[in-house]
Ligand binder design. Structure first.
Ligand SMILES: *[C@@H]1O[C@H](CO)[C@@H](O)[C@H](O)[C@H]1NC(C)=O
Ligand SMILES: *[C@@H]1O[C@H](CO)[C@@H](O)[C@H](O)[C@H]1NC(C)=O
Ligand SMILES: *[C@@H]1O[C@H](CO)[C@@H](O)[C@H](O)[C@H]1NC(C)=O
Ligand SMILES: *[C@@H]1O[C@H](CO)[C@@H](O)[C@H](O)[C@H]1NC(C)=O
Ligand SMILES: *[C@@H]1O[C@H](CO)[C@@H](O)[C@H](O)[C@H]1NC(C)=O
Ligand SMILES: *[C@@H]1O[C@H](CO)[C@@H](O)[C@H](O)[C@H]1NC(C)=O
Ligand SMILES: *[C@@H]1O[C@H](CO)[C@@H](O)[C@H](O)[C@H]1NC(C)=O
Ligand SMILES: *[C@@H]1O[C@H](CO)[C@@H](O)[C@H](O)[C@H]1NC(C)=O
Ligand SMILES: *[C@@H]1O[C@H](CO)[C@@H](O)[C@H](O)[C@H]1NC(C)=O
Ligand SMILES: *[C@@H]1O[C@H](CO)[C@@H](O)[C@H](O)[C@H]1NC(C)=O
Ligand SMILES: *[C@@H]1O[C@H](CO)[C@@H](O)[C@H](O)[C@H]1NC(C)=O
Ligand SMILES: *[C@@H]1O[C@H](CO)[C@@H](O)[C@H](O)[C@H]1NC(C)=O
Length: 718
């Protein structure tokens, strides 16, 4: 019995197997796709040959050279099986080429074999590097194209509009991210008049520099329109916002484009509306609350005024809301409490009347919250503790009082915390230093007290920016620590009760900004300071200390990217050190530097501010100062022992706004070249040995407000 049953099962199994075999055979023979056409295959191979593979040609982190596996012989030589190649199932013609982020680098022109692939319907060459080629006229041969994506691919020059107009079937066009590309006059108008099938039209960062044609409002199939940073101007045709299919609209950063809103309707499919950096005058219409599909709204930097309409509380789909940098007034809108799906909220810099954060509470999905510069007062509310997804919290530049709550440590995802410029007091809770993901921690300019032990920072492996300046904090154990500290980019320790240079700085080689001002650091600037962060340091602030000099200072200070060097109000002796030629602001006022001003200083051709006042510098002002005059804006040599003539300071490109040479022993005449200091607002030459008649000829300088010549010895009035 058992064996018969077994046989039966076996036979059923064999039958099943054979029918399965049949199906397989059938599908692998007659349903099989035709092979690629030889000439299309060789066109593709020649196309491949005309480029270099360069990993830097694509930005995307998933980029790889798709063409690398294309080959002419042997297995895998059927082009329909190649990566990025799509063939028609019936004819075998190549109908799609999907080579986004393929590391292609090289020029392309109309002789490219690409343009013989006339069956193409979809062409995506985005995120490659076409070496500033123009868009070739050959594109017009691809008249079957429905989708063309050349975004982020380094094309340049005029977009030949007759080329695009030949592509009458286009429904998707993306030329975004080619800032060297221009659409010629009326190009946009011609495009939208003739190609009316568009679903997606993406021209962000293409130089269009025109008005938006009203014909755009006729593209009834349009779902997505991206015209960010296109130099658009004039009136925005508000009918576009009523297009029946439009879901995505970006007009960001067209500062001369004037936005007008229609009366919005509940039926609007709009999901994403980005208007930041366009021009608007007036209030936000209440009908915006009817856009029930809206999930992202960015209207920052548009000069909106008035109240934020409470109808926005109905936009319960909103996940992204940016109202920053406007002039919204009234109380902080309480309807925000209802927007519980928000993940991004920014109210930065508005004219809200003073208010608290009482409305925060229900939101638990927020990851980014910017509430800086909005007149907040009261304490940091404990409702924040529920926002466990927060990565960025910015409450800076308000009037918040009370202590920094220790429960902030529960926001374990925080990477950026900004509490600076408030009225917070009390100690920094040590639990804050357990937020191991922190990259930026800004606490400066509050009334915080107590001590910070340097080794407390050793858990914060990702911290790059730490600003503790201008509180009442003492930093402890900052000399001879053996803790492993973060690699700082910005370190602000002004007013932290330091008496020595923290020697952990010796191991900091990635600093960009170092602030040690207003401490009690004594003695010379140590030799090792000239070796820290040589390649990266851009700003060094050491003013208001008791620094007495420099040990083994090099002729020119070593930091090749230095932009700001602040050494004022110390007791520095010796000769004037010369910062690197990249320096923009150099201030060593109120020190005891002596000797001549080295003419090497004239190498600082980016210098905008030079303040050497209040030292003992002697000798004459180097004649080469004329070289500095096109960059210099403020020149202050007051209260030194300089003698000799006043050098020629201005040429006709001069930017000098303030010249103070007073309280020296400068002699001779006021140089006539000052008459070309067209930007000059203030000229102070008093207390010198100048021998001249009153310089009436300075009266022609349009901005001059202050001339001080008192006690210049022998100014005659004839
Ligand atoms: C084999 O394929 C053809 C065409 O696709 C189909 O008509 C036929 O029914 C298939 N035969 C079997 C046994 O599946
Ligand atoms: C391939 O050859 C066919 C027939 O000769 C021709 O119609 C087609 O344009 C050719 N395609 C390419 C890419 O050269
Ligand atoms: C890129 O363009 C430059 C200037 O036109 C040219 O000299 C260079 O050969 C081009 N490089 C490639 C890989 O095509
Ligand atoms: C087009 O580019 C090829 C190389 O890709 C070059 O050999 C040819 O001279 C170029 N033609 C024109 C008209 O610039
Ligand atoms: C664009 O359309 C207009 C009519 O709408 C027509 O006169 C013109 O020839 C078209 N231009 C091109 C290049 O197709
Ligand atoms: C917006 O306001 C700022 C500051 O008042 C002003 O400078 C700017 O010109 C205004 N922008 C527009 C487009 O009106
Ligand atoms: C907030 O939602 C509640 C109910 O969910 C509703 O009664 C109230 O009107 C809403 N407030 C605003 C300002 O939309
Ligand atoms: C913070 O988290 C701890 C442990 O997860 C918890 O016990 C505490 O109640 C939380 N604090 C607040 C204020 O929610
Ligand atoms: C630090 O940054 C790295 C890289 O961005 C990340 O993988 C890591 O999770 C971050 N946090 C910590 C605590 O290292
Ligand atoms: C250095 O590390 C050792 C061992 O971890 C410790 O005992 C010592 O106190 C540390 N020294 C300083 C100055 O922190
Ligand atoms: C500053 O540091 C000194 C020791 O260097 C200490 O005696 C003093 O108490 C500190 N001041 C404050 C306000 O912590
Ligand atoms: C001064 O500038 C010139 C020209 O930029 C440069 O060759 C020279 O090395 C500079 N001198 C110093 C000491 O930096």
């Amino acid at each position: 019995m058992g064996s018969i049953l077994y046989l039966f099962i076996l036979m059923r199994f064999l039958a099943l197997l054979s029918s399965f075999h049949l199906i397989v055979t059938n599908s692998s023979s007659s349903v099989q796709q035709p092979l690629c056409h030889d000439n299309e295959s060789s066109a593709l191979l020649q196309f491949k040959q005309s480029f270099l593979i360069d990993e830097y040609a694509s930005e995307d982190s998933y980029a790889y050279p798709k063409v690398a596996t294309w080959k002419s012989h042997g297995e895998g030589s059927d082009c329909c099986s190649w990566d990025g190649v799509e063939c028609d199932r019936e004819t075998g013609h190549v109908i799609g080429l999907h080579l986004a982020s393929s590391c292609l680098y090289g020029s392309i022109n109309s002789s490219s074999t690409l343009f013989s692939l006339v069956h193409l319907r979809r062409l995506d060459l985005s995120d490659n590097d076409f070496n500033y080629s123009e868009i070739p006229h050959g594109v017009s041969q691809l008249s079957r194209l429905r989708s063309l994506n050349l975004s982020d691919s380094q094309f340049s020059g005029q977009i030949p509009s007759e080329v695009l107009l030949a592509l009458s079937k286009l429904v998707f066009l993306d030329l975004s991210g080619n800032p060297m590309l221009q659409l010629q006059k009326h190009g946009l108008r011609n495009l939208v008049q003739n190609l009316t099938l568009f679903k997606k039209l993406h021209l962000s960062q293409v130089n269009i520099s025109s008005t938006i044609p009203h014909a755009l409002a006729n593209l009834s199939s349009l779902t997505s329109l991206r015209l960010r940073e296109c130099g658009l101007h004039g009136e925005f045709p508000k009918k576009i916002l009523q297009l029946p299919s439009l879901q995505f609209l970006s007009l960001r950063y067209n500062p001369n484009l004037n936005i007008y809103f229609p009366e919005f309707q509940e039926t609007s499919p709009l999901k994403v509306l980005y208007l930041a950096g366009t021009s608007y005058s007036g209030e936000l219409p209440a009908s915006m609350g009817k856009l029930s599909s809206l999930s992202e709204l960015d209207i920052s930097s548009c000069n909106f005024t008035g109240l934020v309409p409470s109808s926005l509380g109905h936009l319960t789909q909103l996940s992204y809301l940016d109202l920053s940098y406007n002039f919204f007034s009234g109380p902080i809108p309480s309807f925000l409490a209802n927007l519980t799906t928000l993940t991004y909220l920014s109210l930065t810099s508005n004219n809200f009347s003073a208010g608290t954060l009482a409305w925060l509470g229900e939101q638990t999905k927020l990851t980014i919250l910017y509430l800086d510069q909005i007149n907040l007062n009261g304490e940091i509310p404990s409702s924040l503790v529920n926002m466990s997804e927060l990565t960025i919290l910015n409450l800076s530049k308000n009037q918040l009082i009370g202590q920094i709550p220790s429960w902030l440590m529960n926001l374990t995802q925080l990477t950026e915390l900004y509490l600076q410029e408030n009225k917070l007091e009390g100690p920094i809770p040590s639990s804050l230093f357990e937020l191991v993901n922190l990259q930026y921690l800004y606490l400066h300019s509050n009334y915080l007290t107590g001590t910070v032990e340097l080794h407390m920072l050793s858990n914060l492996k990702n911290l790059t920016d730490l600003q503790l300046s201008y509180n009442r904090i003492s930093l402890l154990s900052y000399t001879s620590t053996n803790a492993t500290l973060p690699k700082f980019k910005l370190l602000g320790l002004a007013s932290c009760n330091l008496t020595e240079f923290p020697d952990f700085l010796q191991n900091q080689q990635e600093l960009e900004v170092l602030i040690l001002s207003t401490n009690k650091i004594h003695g010379p600037i140590p030799k090792w300071m000239w070796n820290i962060s040589k390649e990266t340091l851009e700003a060094l602030f050491l003013s208001n200390n008791f620094l007495s000099g420099f040990s083994q200072v090099p002729d020119v200070l070593p930091w090749s990217r230095m932009s700001i060097l602040e050494l004022s109000s110390n007791m520095l002796q010796g000769s004037l050190p010369v910062p690197p030629s990249s320096t923009v602001e150099y201030s060593v006022s109120r020190n005891r530097l002596a000797g001549e001003i080295p003419s090497l200083i004239c190498n600082l051709t980016s210098l905008s501010l030079l303040d050497l006042s209040g030292n003992n510098l002697s000798g004459s002002i180097p004649q080469c100062f004329t070289k500095l005059s096109s960059s210099l804006s403020i020149l202050n040599l007051r209260r030194n022992n300089l003698n000799g003539p006043i050098p020629q300071t201005c040429t006709n490109t001069s930017n000098l706004r303030m010249i103070d040479l007073s309280e020296n022993q400068l002699q001779g005449q006021i140089p006539k070249s000052l008459a070309s200091c067209m930007m000059l607002e203030e000229l102070v030459l008093g207390n010198n040995l100048i021998n001249d008649i009153f310089p009436f000829w300075l009266g022609s300088l349009p901005r001059l407000q202050v001339i001080c010549l008192q006690n210049t010895s022998k100014i005659g009035m004839q």
